[in-house]
Structures are given as C-alpha cells and as structure tokens.
Design a protein around this ligand. Sequence first.
Ligand code: GAL
Length: 667
Amino acid sequence: MLLRPGLEFGGDYNPEQWDATTWPHDVRLMRETGVTMVTVGVFSWSWLEPAPGSFDFAWLDQVMDLCADTDIGVDLATATASPPPWLTHEYPEVLPVDKLGHRLWPGSRQAYCPSSTAFQTRAATLVDRLATRYGSHPALRLWHVGNEYANHVTSCWCAVCAEAFRRWLADRYVTVADLNQAWGTAFWSQRYSSFDEIHPPRLTPSFGNPAQALDFRRFSCAQHLACFTNERDILRRITPEVPVTTNFMSFSDVVDCWRWADEVDVVSNDHYLKAADADNHVELAFNADLTRGLSRRRPWLLMEHSTSAVNWQPRNVAKRPGEMLRNSLQHVARGADGVLFFQWRQSQAGAERFHSAIVPHAGTDSRVWREATDLGSVLARLAPVAGSRVDSEVALIFDYESAWALEGEAMPTVDVSYRDRAIAFHAALWREGITVDMVPPGADLSSYRLVLVPTLHLVRDRDAAAIEAYVRAGGHVVITYFSGIVDEHTHVRLNGYPGAFRDLLGVRSEEFCPLRQDEHVSLVGPDGQRVGSADVWTEDLTCDTSTSIMTYLDGPVAGRPAVTRNDYGAGRAWYLATRTDEDTTFALLQQICAEAGVAPATSTPAGVEVVRRTGPKGAFHFVLNHTDEAVVVQIGGLDLVSGAAGDSHHVEAGGVAVISAPDQDSP
Ligand code: GAL
C-alpha cells in the first residue's frame, strides 16, 4: 500500500486549460468514475506565477478545495517542468543549448538548462510558496517534482554547463593527471594541462573521446538530479510528512534511475505502448518489472499511461476494447499499487490535442469513458491487492551506464544495442511464465536461483566479483557477448575477451567478428545437428575450462563455440557469444532454468500471462489473456474482476482475471 488503503486511480488534471465552470463538473465525474487521485499543475508555472514574483493561487485553491470536498487526493506538482516565457525572456541563459550549439527556444516545454542558477532559484521560490500554501491542505497526498526529467533535454552544452562540467570533473578526479589517465588522452593528442581546457563533448571533426562522452552523461544525470533535490529538499523541510515522487521514464538515456530511486519516497513511472510492436504487452511487462526493481520490490505507482492512442508516434493506434484494462492490470500484476493516466480531459488546444484521455473529445458518451469507469470499479475491488509483493527466482542485471558506454560511437557494429538482449531474455522468460526481478550491478544476488547478465559491457571490478562470488556459491548465471569488456572509464580489459568474465566463463576470445547487415549463421549442437541460427555478432572464441554447447556451422568463425557452459565453484556460468534467434534463446533459457531449478508457477497456453502477488491478504493470481481465444485456467479462488468463484476460471479473449485465494505458503 502506497498512500492510502487500496489502489490509486486517476490521472493528470490540467484545469487551467478549461473554464472554471468545468471544474465542479470534472470532480463530480471523477467521483463517478472512481478516481482517487489526480496530478495537478504539472505545466502550470505561468498560471501560478504569471509575472516575476506575482503569484496567483486563487484558481489552484479552488481546485484543491473541490478535490478535498469530493475526497480526491492530489498529487501536487511543483509546476517547474516548463519555465514560463517571462523567465527565459528575463534570463535567456536559462534556455538550453544542443550539441551543435543551437539554442532551444521557448514555445514547447522543458526549455531549461539543468545547470542554470536562475532556473533553480526561481523554481525554489515557487516550490517554497506552494509547500507553504498547500502543505496542510486536506487534499494534498503526494508531491510531484518536475516531470520526466531529461525527457527532451537530455543534456545541455551551453557555457554554464561547460563550466559546471569542469567543476564536476575537478571534484571527481582532483588532478588533471588523473583525468588524463581516466580519459586515455594520450590518444589523438588530447592531453589536458588544466581543467579549464576541457569542454563538454560538442560537435567534433571525428569521433569524440568515449570516456569524456560517458562522464558527460554522468554529469548530466547529476545536474538533473540536483534540480530535483533542490525542490525536494524544500518540500521535505516544509512538509516532512508528505511523500515526494518524480515520474521516471525507466528506459531513460540520461537518468540513472537506480541512483534516482534512492532519492524519492515513492517510485513512479510513465509507460506508453509502442504501437508498431504487435506484442507490446511483452515490453510493458519488462518496463513494469524494471520499475518494481527500481522500487526495490516495493509497490510503485504507474503515474502515466494512455487510455487509448498517443499522438507522438508516427502512427498512433487506438487501443482495442478491453486493452486499457488489460494494460492497467498488467502493471498492477507486476507491482503497481496505482494506475494513473495522462490525462483526465483531452485537450482542445495545444500540441497534445490528439492524445487520448479519460474524458475524450467525444465526452462521456464514449467507449473510452465507459472503459475507464469500469477500470475504476475493478481497481476498487482489487483493494486487498495493495501492498502485496511479486516474488521471483530469477534476476536480470540492468545497468544504465553499460547502455551509455555501449551505445557510443565507433563500436565494432551498430547492430548491438544494450536493451536488445535484456528484452529478449525477459521476453523468453515471459513466454515461459517466469517472472524476473531487475537488479543493479552489485546487488545482493543470493536469493536468486538464476541471474541473467545481458550485454553488461561496462563493469566495475567489484560488480564482476559479486557475480563471480554468486556463482562460486552455487548460483547459475547467463552472460551474453560484449559483456565485461570495459572498466568504468571505458578502458578495454586486456588479455582476451570477455575481460572481466573470462575466468568465470572459462572462455577466451581473441577477436570480435560482427556479421554483415542481415547476415545469419547456423548453429549446431554437439551431435552436429542444426539447432538454430544467430545474427549480428560472432567472436573467435576458445573454451578453456568450459564446454561448447553450440558451435557455428558457417560464417566467419565456423567451427568455433557459440554457446558455452562452465561449472565454476558450486555453480554454473553460461556464455552466449552470439545473438541467438528467438526460438533458440527460448530453448536455451528453458534448459538453463530447468538446470537452475526454476519453473513456472502455473502452466498456461501461449499468450496467457499469469503473475502472482502475495501479501497479508492472501495470494492474487493475475491472469492476462493477450490472445483472441477464451481460455480456462486451473487456478482456484474468487475472481475479483468478474466476481466468479471456483476451482477454475474462464477468461475471455483479451480479458483479465484476478483470482484471490488464501496464500498457501503463508504460515
Ligand atoms: C509524457 C508526459 C506527459 C504527456 C505524455 C503524452 O511523456 O509526461 O506530460 O506529454 O507524455 O504521452
């Protein structure tokens, strides 16, 4: 349970876009549809402070009072996600600058430089005023700082940031000699004699320095975090009892969400389906599991998703009937204790006019509204689920810094992406009905039977040692190609790949042999029979202590091992040295799970997802039927969605059941 008994339901509410006469009607409708919490004021700075130092809280007073009168909680935004025009007019240096030196202008949103003192000072004043005014308001339930930090402005390359970057580097390296060492500046005559000579990685004639690029991402992450803590600390001082969140995009390019998660009271996340992906519910599961990981397995809040289509993809596909309920409960199945949407009422003007909402342009005589109302009542019936947990026997190490390092310039191939194997492994286990916990490098792995390590390109010595110690003590691990290659400064680990994991895996590779675009190689088992195919990556690998499980039949390293297994200490370490196709990945992971003693809790037809949450109020099996056929599942209990009780349950095509039963495993 996060903020109140039961699950939260609601969305972003932007009353300033509507005439005040709409507001009482809005809160009545919210009540009707079962809304428990709304996020107010995310982009309302210019309404709260229309001119420098001149505040207008009258409209927000009215909205807060209306919410309190109707028992709707408010997740009150600090409204600093978008500076008002007067701020950037008065302090043009607040506007961010891109890598090419272009200033980004007002007229959209998030147009601020994360190192700008003017921005932070003005933001602090507004936050102080908001906290003082609404700190004890009965509607206030949660503080919502900023919005999706670094979504649009990942980094800023302006002169202020350049200076801040130099200071950050001086703090980190202390001497310029140490920086030269860490950045490998002997290469291409980049040796610095003072911190003053250093620039952010702006446009250069050829490839930039990879260590500089990585440090700039770390710096950018730190600058955005400082903007967040600047506001959060004011809130904590004035309203220490009110929890604080900021909505993550857990797949961020700059925000290291593991670091940020320690700074919030409640982890919240925004997730939008990729319309082009027909199986986008599988990616949804990954994203939700990652968010549960960020929340250190505690319940979290889905701060935003959409009731139907978004408006920012090339083709914005409307959700099919039942899909929104299924998406929502899929997040709840994987640990969310609340489901909120962007946004309550579909805008009539502005850049997001064609983005769906709970109250669409068509009004309440609409399918979307009726489905939202159904969702409200389902979530109310699911109140006993609040506070329960998801247990997993498999962990996946997810690392933002590896993604940043791996997706840099001048790599062996453009076809390796960090997320690819993470998503593929997760999808294989999703297909098998096995839930996965996401953990950061260095996490305590002792409670897991199996640990997946996809493309952990950058790894610190201590984090590699933690994986090795886990296997030595009896754990099972799967590591993929291009892992363990560089240290925290992007320096390559020498004497054979995959550097940090060579001993653990019992292999040694002399050379990477990436494949041409669309080139495939065949894989054969020990008996010479073809078992599958692979693409993107091969390497010139030899087994030391390990056994070859699959070899290449053709391609640049025909006859070499492609998949190996090494018994190490009391455990076992697998190496997948190539990008195995979907079915081969599935079959391998099935075998590896079986050897590690990991089995799905229930067996269900393909495309039917079952996830179990357990807590003091019992066990809850979420059954999500992503197929076009009705199914019967052999799980006994009371379905909190339909109200049916029995030893088995019929779940409609595209339907959902949440079957509640006393937890057998509880004492
Ligand atoms: C999010 C953002 C919202 C809204 C939404 C549209 O990234 O936080 O304010 O723009 O996307 O999908």
